[in-house]
Write a protein that binds this ligand. Structure first.
Ligand code: SF4
Length: 271
C-alpha cells in the first residue's frame, strides 16, 4: 500500500503515525504500520501475548446496548432456519431472500445477506442492517462502512479480502436493537455463512454481535483483548467496537486499532 494512502487510513482512524516499519512475515503483516500505540492512559497490548478480559467490575466504556427483547427466552425459540446446514451459497442466499420467519420481513426494503470473499481468512460480523444497508442491500455501507474499510486498510486488507455479514439479515425499524427472538430466528443463516467461509478468525464488532456469537452480555470493553471461540470448530473470535460507536466516541479508536493489530497478528500466526 502506498505510504500516503496508509497514512490517510490511519488518520481516518484517528491514529497518529510514528515510525513506519515493514514486517516481513506475510503480506498482511508487512502492511501493518508502526504507530504510537494507544493514547495517554491506554496501555498497549504486549505483542503476541494472548490477553484476558478486564477484571469484572472494571469501569470501561462500552458500546454494548441491551436488546429491547420481548420477554421470551431466545434459547427456547424454535428457529425456522433449521435444516440449512447443507445449503450452498446460492441456496442459502435464496433462503434468506425469501425469509419471513420474523416480523422484520414486513418492514425491510430487502434482505442484506453479506458480501466479500467466500473463502476469506477474516470474517467481520456486525449487528444488523441500518437504513443505508437496507437501501443498498450490502452490510457496512455509509459512514460506518467507510470507517470499517479504513480499519481494514490499516492492516493491509481490502473489503473484498474479507467476508462481512451481520447477525440479522433484515433492518430493525428505526435502527432499534434486534430482539433476542429476532436474533435467535436468524442465527442459523449466520452459522451457515461461517461454516461456508471457514474463516481463520472472526472479528466481532459491537455488543450485539458479541452477545450472539459468544452468548454473553459482558460489555465489549471487557471482551476485547481476549481470544474467544465460536462453534464446534472453535473458530477464534476477537471482539472490538462497532464503527458506528467509534464515530460517536472517536477517543476509542485507539483501542480499536489495538484490536486490529491483534487480529493481524493472529492471522499472521495462523499462516
Ligand atoms: Fe428472516 Fe432473519 Fe429477516 Fe427475520 S431478520 S425475516 S429471520 S432473514
Amino acid at each position: 500500500m502506498e505510504e500516503s494512502r496508509r497514512r490517510a487510513y490511519l488518520e481516518a482512524l484517528g491514529i497518529p503515525v510514528w515510525v513506519p516499519r515493514t514486517r516481513g512475515a506475510t503480506a498482511h503483516a508487512a502492511a501493518i504500520p508502526e504507530v504510537v500505540e494507544g493514547r495517554p492512559g491506554v496501555a498497549p497490548y504486549p505483542s503476541g501475548t494472548p490477553l484476558t478480559p478486564s477484571p469484572a467490575g472494571r469501569a470501561e466504556p462500552s458500546d454494548y446496548r441491551q436488546s429491547e427483547g420481548d420477554g421470551r427466552d431466545a434459547g427456547c425459540v424454535s428457529s425456522a432456519v433449521d435444516a440449512i446446514e447443507g445449503l450452498d451459497w446460492e441456496a442459502l442466499q435464496a433462503r434468506v431472500r425469501a425469509c419471513t420467519t420474523c416480523e422484520l420481513h414486513r418492514t425491510r426494503t430487502q434482505t442484506v445477506f453479506g458480501v466479500g470473499n467466500p473463502a476469506a481468512r477474516l470474517m467481520v460480523i456486525g449487528e444488523a442492517p441500518g437504513a443505508d444497508e437496507d437501501r443498498q442491500g450490502e452490510p457496512f455501507v455509509g459512514r460506518a462502512g467507510k470507517l470499517l474499510d479504513a480499519m481494514l486498510h490499516a492492516i493491509g486488507l481490502q473489503r473484498g479480502d474479507v467476508y462481512i455479514a451481520n447477525v440479522l439479515k433484515c433492518r430493525p425499524p428505526g435502527n432499534r436493537n434486534p430482539s433476542l427472538d429476532e436474533a435467535a430466528r436468524c442465527e442459523g443463516f449466520l452459522r451457515r455463512q461461517i461454516g461456508l467461509v471457514g474463516p481463520r478468525l472472526i472479528l466481532s464488532v459491537g455488543g450485539i454481535a458479541a452477545r450472539n456469537l459468544l452468548g454473553t452480555d459482558t460489555p465489549v470493553g471487557r471482551l476485547r483483548g481476549a481470544v474467544h471461540e465460536y462453534g464446534e470448530d472453535r473458530v477464534p473470535v476477537l471482539v472490538t467496537y462497532h464503527p458506528a460507536y467509534l464515530l460517536r466516541q472517536p477517543e476509542e479508536k485507539a483501542k480499536a486499532w489495538q484490536d486490529l493489530q491483534q487480529a493481524a497478528r493472529l492471522l499472521r500466526d495462523a499462516g
